[in-house]
Design a protein around this ligand. Structure first.
Ligand code: PRP
Length: 202
């Protein structure tokens, strides 16, 4: 679970000045880090890579709830290869064990992936522990191939050895919300990725 670590010096008025009149920026957002347009362009790029790598296959997309729902919705619609959509929900066993990457499955796949080409869809790889565990778990089910597509990657994720084949954007350590990413279950619906005003959580 992601938690904000600190604030930022970015001016809220600057961010608000960039908002379009049709879709004003959320007042809790200090700065748009990745715009809706940038996200949608990147999703199309990632889809083109997956299409090229999986030409002639059906691909099973596995999204991890809840954060990945926006990426799943847009990526699946941008792909040209045939896809089926699967969802998993997982949670850490607790703070004491989360550092080992041990997670509990709250909702499993609805179908067998033996012999299937699987692409795990994630919004963000932070420590990489969730993904590392998930890839081991899914690999044990005998898929023909398993790759990972993540829109965002934090620096810590580089330490974990996972088949992160498709990556959208590299982020810094700052806490961001939007496009699936939440703070206290809010802001997931924002169409952009933004910096949350520290006054929201301090
Ligand atoms: C986020 C994100 C990833 C996970 C990444 O989910 O969607 O699944 O954290 O973190 P890690 O790389 O440190 O393991 P979160 O647990 O916040 O749940 P959510 O998707 O429901 O917001």
């Amino acid at each position: 679970m992601r938690e904000p670590a600190g604030g930022s010096g970015v001016s809220a008025s600057l961010a608000r000045a960039c908002a379009s009149p049709e879709r004003p920026i959320d007042p809790d957002i200090m700065e748009i880090v990745i715009s809706e347009r940038q996200i949608q362009d990147k999703i199309r790029e990632l889809a083109a890579q997956i299409d090229a790598d999986h030409a002639g296959h059906e691909v099973v997309l596995v999204a991890v709830l809840k954060g990945a729902i926006m990426v799943m919705a847009d990526l699946s619609r941008a792909l040209r290869v045939p896809v089926s959509l699967e969802f998993m929900a997982v949670s850490s066993y607790g703070a004491a064990t989360s550092s080992s990457g041990v997670v509990r499955i709250n909702k499993d796949l609805d179908r067998d992936i033996t012999g299937k080409h699987v692409v795990v869809v994630e919004d963000i790889i932070d420590s990489g522990l969730t993904l590392s565990w998930l890839v081991r778990n899914l690999s044990a089910r005998g898929p023909a191939s398993i790759d990972v597509c993540a829109l965002l990657r934090k620096p810590e994720a580089a330490k974990v050895n996972v088949p992160l084949r498709y990556v959208g954007f590299e982020l810094g350590p700052e806490f961001v919300v939007g496009y699936g990413l939440d703070y206290a279950e809010r802001y997931r619906q924002l169409p952009y990725i933004g910096l949350l005003d520290p006054s929201v959580y301090t």
